[in-house]
Design a protein around this ligand. Structure first.
Ligand SMILES: [Zn+2]
Length: 411
């Protein structure tokens, strides 16, 4: 299974570099690239790992995009790169005083109607693909002097996309598909195109919608899919959501292309180990789900507890380990007196090491053994937490098991 690591914060560089052998590639959002263009480009071109740039075009088109993002420093920069000469906006001049520059930010929300003209659509898709092809090498060009062969082109290109919110008739669905078709016409021989299929999570209950979606994205020339069920937190969703989540992946699998879950946790790892998915992505300690209608940001102080396959608040780690009699993590970073005092970067490294162990476990065990491990957790908790005082920390385990029991997985 392919594990793609998301990279958003500069302090994550040493960790990603240290554990890069475990990752199939690194995904960086275009707005992060624009915010820290030099540092991000230098990192991507020297880390010697394939990278992918997510164009995050939805940030210009969600209903609250202006309110959320238009005051960000990256907003006018990225807007200009994608829409300049396509959508009428005020002239932006970077030489101007910064405050003036920001006050003249384009305040327009992108809508499907903007691309009704075939030429505009083609121009737009080309701009978004070209951005991914050239942005890193442009910015890190001077590195070529002393680096043998800096990697400066992305592993996979992503056509522009909006999140599909409403229904089968969502105009963005039609437009997203047009973007994909155009991207395929514009791709070079050695390039791969993976569209992002981003849907509002309630839509996974709609069979008619999902069937139509799968058919519409069955496009010749597509090399795989990134899937994003928005705001889908695997530890929070009920059995109905979880089982429809898997159903969606399985239906899409009928198109015979690799599927990578763009934001996933332990259940996406399980799905990848059983070939329902081909891989997953997350950031270090966050990004296991994403709500496009909020600003997002790094996780609060947490500790990844392998027992529950999720994070728990740092100040509860000691009591949880004592109550459950679960062995303390033996990784290098956890060899401190009081785990609640673990430093942020150490807790993130611990999380990576724990996920690596989880992947090794999933890759070397069959589905019955994977389910048995979940069953063991439930039994332990029934024993030590009879009154269910701690149920909020592990309720998801029994939901996961129930959903996996109802799935017909052969492996
Ligand atoms: Zn540890």
């Amino acid at each position: 299974m392919d594990w793609y690591m998301r990279f958003n914060i500069m302090r994550e560089r040493p960790l990603i570099n240290r554990y890069k052998d475990n990752f199939a590639g690194i995904i960086v959002d275009a707005h992060v690239l624009e915010s820290f263009a030099g540092a991000t480009s230098r990192f991507l071109s020297t880390v010697k790992k394939p990278f992918i740039i997510d164009p995050v075009t939805y940030k210009f088109s969600t209903y609250n995009s202006l309110q959320l993002f238009s005051n960000k420093r990256w907003y006018p920069k990225l807007f200009t790169k994608f829409y300049d000469g396509i959508i009428e906006i005020k002239e932006l001049n970077e030489d101007e005083d910064e405050n003036e520059f920001l006050s003249e930010r384009p305040a327009i929300r992108i809508e499907p109607e903007h691309f009704e003209d075939e030429k505009i659509l083609k121009n737009y898709v080309n701009k978004v693909l070209s951005y991914q092809r050239t942005r890193v090498s442009e910015e890190s060009g001077d590195l070529k002097i002393f680096e043998d062969l800096p990697q400066s082109t992305p592993l996979i290109l992503i056509p522009p996309y909006d999140i599909i919110m409403k229904s089968i008739n969502d105009e963005w669905l039609t437009m997203n598909v047009e973007f994909v078709k155009k991207a395929i016409q514009l791709k070079n021989k050695d390039e791969k195109i993976f569209p992002v299929i981003a849907i509002y999570k309630d839509l996974i209950h709609r069979d008619d919608f999902i069937n139509n979606l799968v058919t519409k994205y069955n496009i010749d020339g597509v090399d795989g899919y990134f899937v994003w069920v928005s705001d889908f937190k695997e530890t929070r969703e009920d059995q109905n959501y979880l089982s429809n989540y898997f159903d969606f992946f399985r239906k899409l699998k009928s198109n015979n292309k690799p599927i990578i879950n763009f934001y996933g946790g332990y259940m996406s790892m399980v799905a990848s180990s059983t070939n329902i998915l081909d891989g997953f992505s997350s950031a270090i300690g966050y990004g296991e789900y994403r709500n496009p209608f909020t600003e997002g940001g790094p996780a609060p102080e947490q500790y990844y507890l392998d027992l529950f396959h999720t994070n728990v608040p740092k100040d509860e780690v000691n009591s949880l380990l004592t109550i459950t009699n679960h062995p303390r993590c033996n990784c290098e970073k956890c060899q401190i007196e009081d785990l609640e005092e673990i430093e942020l970067m150490d807790s993130l490294e611990h999380l990576l090491l724990t996920k690596i162990k989880e992947l090794q476990f999933l890759n070397s065990h069959n589905i019955n053994q994977i389910k048995q491990e979940l069953q063991n957790i439930i039994q332990t908790m029934e024993h030590v937490d009879e009154d269910h005082n701690l149920i909020t920390h592990y309720r998801h385990i029994s939901r996961w098991l129930e959903v996996l029991n109802n799935l017909d997985i052969k492996r």
